[in-house]
Design a protein around this ligand. Structure first.
Ligand SMILES: Cc1cc2nc3c(=O)[nH]c(=O)nc-3n(C[C@H](O)[C@H](O)[C@H](O)COP(=O)(O)OP(=O)(O)OC[C@H]3O[C@@H](n4cnc5c(N)ncnc54)[C@H](O)[C@@H]3O)c2cc1C
Length: 555
């Protein structure tokens, strides 16, 4: 269907065919509205980041949690969210309201709504961002990270299918290689989009595509929804917005997102009258490893770590309490950056890697992504998952050795720029191992991993039985050089609960809407300063749905 003629105008134009845009489109189609979707990338990249994602979804008090003996509630989730968000700015007014609305969604209809669309969850719920402080500080008090059966493709496919069906029914015009460069404003209202048609490109999913302009376009509709994602693929923007509270931006970073996550639309929306807020709030990871089979520039993969690895800074000193693997992403980032380095180290054993390393990304989890039960059984059995073993063998950041001396020599070989204090590393490892002789200890990390095994999910597949790192039976020893990896933008276009973009005076910019990461997942930053994980896909689902429904109601 071609919606470019005056007689066949769409009811809405959606800029960006990632999860948020597709969810909004599905809502509009369900309401019988006509939608024109433009995306700068080729059709191969339909679905945006969500396709690559691990498919972890934040749910509160789900049947999966209850089956594992986890007692959760909206009150507990709110306590955790607000403690992590730390809202403290005047512009946090809409983000707070979005947080409250999103929490209610996650604790009530979210799971049923997803199940109606055919989405199912792996029975073991993950425990991300454990915090490790006090009850009123950052972190999830209980496991809430529900992995979608089918990972990222499992989340996004039902919405792709709905959009494709809409296209077949004549309700959707889906245009790839259309890069929006301007929002058209007439009489104070956004009435369309202008931009460049880019040359065809057969780049595979996620790979960078050319920016050769072959034509221009000018498309009109009474509502324009911006769902263009965040800024993580644009390191210049990440650096420009890097918050002073996190020190100077690291000299080197990997990219956890494709280059298409370029953040250009934020400035374009600002020019059209929208207010962009909280841009200095971002969510980057500290456990990035270089991909030996890169798809996009500087492609890094995030390790989702269990809690047992010893975490050392670039010089070999152990990170302070409670900066243990999987406890406090941004606290760890701040600590590493304050030390003046852009990497750190995990020191662990083969036994730990087998049970505790997962890699974030649909392509790194073929068992869950392809719903392959035979492969999945291996996760519970002996040996590390195939993709983890492959990184151990081929990855540039792994050192494997039979003795600690050999390991330290290998680590020094991978970081010639910084002197590793070998004696310090030895003392850190030996001191930690002495804490293993009793079932109680002084070492907070040792206590934390013992305590984690009280949760059935952790004991089954996530936390190795406590052992000495220097126990030869648990070997060989492994060190992993961990890079900083850009990923999510927590700030963005300020919106009200209907997804209407707001101007500097707080009133809606007529005709303009925003959802997904471009809107800080709702309101311009519903996470505040820190996230609880699984809330990004969830934020796209919720904010895309809100905006789609609001546009359908007014058009
Ligand atoms: C490897 C990986 C793992 C992840 N795992 C999880 C997880 O387990 N749980 C979780 O909650 N989140 C996860 N995330 C984050 C989550 O996937 C993203 O935050 C979310 O999918 C963003 O969706 P979006 O629709 O807002 O934007 P995007 O997916 O970035 O889509 C935006 C689209 O807009 C297009 N676009 C941008 N600018 C323009 C323009 N000017 N003109 C036309 N088109 C434009 C882009 O080409 C793109 O297709 C993960 C992300 C990655 C990369």
């Amino acid at each position: 269907m071609d919606f470019s003629t005056a007689t066949s105008r769409p009811d809405a134009i959606i800029v960006g065919a990632g999860l948020a845009g597709l969810v909004a489109a599905a809502e509009l189609i369900d309401a019988g509205k006509r939608v024109l979707i433009v995306d700068q990338e080729p059709a191969a990249s339909l679905g945006g980041q969500a396709w690559w994602s691990f498919g972890g979804i934040f749910l509160v008090d789900s049947p999966e949690q209850r089956r594992l003996g986890v007692k959760d509630s909206l009150e507990l989730a709110r306590q955790d969210w607000l403690a992590s968000a730390g809202f403290d700015r005047d512009e946090d007014s809409w983000p707070r309201r979005w947080a409250e609305a999103y929490l209610r969604f996650a604790a009530t209809e979210k799971r049923a709504w997803l199940r109606e669309r055919g989405i199912r969850f792996f029975p073991i719920v993950g425990w991300a961002e454990r915090g490790g402080y006090t009850a009123m500080a950052h972190g999830n008090s209980v496991p809430r990270f529900h992995i979608t059966w089918g990972t990222g493709p499992g989340v996004v496919s039902p919405f792709i299918d709905r959009v494709r069906a809409g296209a077949a029914a004549g309700l959707v015009d889906l245009r790839f290689r259309h890069r929006v460069d301007e929002l058209i404003v007439e009489d104070g209202a956004v009435v369309g989009v202008r931009g460049a048609r880019l040359a065809p490109d057969d780049a595979r999913r996620g790979a960078s595509s050319n920016r050769d302009e072959v034509d221009t376009f000018d498309l009109r509709a009474p509502a324009v929804l911006v769902t263009s994602g965040g800024i993580g693929g644009n390191h210049d923007l990440v650096r420009a917005n890097w918050p002073a509270r996190m020190g100077v931006p690291p000299a080197d970073m990997l990219s956890g997102v494709p280059a298409s996550v370029d953040g250009r639309m934020l400035a374009i929306a600002e020019t059209a009258g929208a207010r962009v807020i909280n841009q200095d709030r971002m969510w980057h990871y500290v456990e990035g490893i270089q991909n030996y089979a890169s798809v996009w520039p500087l492609h890094g993969i995030r390790i989702l770590p269990g809690p047992s690895s010893l975490w050392l800074d670039a010089t070999g000193t152990r990170l302070p309490v409670p900066l243990f693997p999987g406890f406090d992403t941004l606290g760890t980032l701040e600590h590493i950056v304050a030390g003046g380095h852009s990497y750190s180290w995990f020191v662990l054993t083969q036994r730990i890697i087998e049970k505790e390393f997962a890699l974030s990304g649909s392509e790194q989890n073929p068992d869950l992504t392809d719903k392959n039960l035979r492969l999945l059984a291996k996760r519970i059995g002996k040996g590390a998952p195939g993709p983890v073993e492959a990184f151990k063998e081929k990855g540039a950041d792994f050192v494997v050795a039979n003795t600690l001396d050999e390991l330290i020599t290998g680590m020094q070989g991978l970081s010639p720029d910084v002197v590793i204090d070998a004696d310090r590393v030895r003392r850190e490892v030996e001191a930690r191992d002495r804490e293993m002789d009793n079932p109680f200890a002084k070492d907070a990390q040792v206590n934390a991993l013992r305590q984690a095994r009280n949760y059935r999910g952790d004991k089954l597949i996530r936390v190795a039985s406590p052992h000495r790192i220097l126990d030869p039976a648990a070997g060989p020893l492994i060190a992993v050089k961990l890079h900083i990896l850009t990923r999510k933008s927590l700030g963005g276009i300020e919106t009200d609960l209907e997804g209407r973009a707001l101007g500097p005076d707080g009133s809606p910019v007529p005709g303009l809407y925003a959802a997904g990461e471009a809107s800080g997942f709702g309101g311009g930053g519903m996470h505040g300063y820190r996230a609880l994980e699984g809330t990004f896909l969830g934020g796209c689902l919720f904010s895309g749905r809100q905006a789609g429904r609001a546009i359908a109601a007014t058009s």
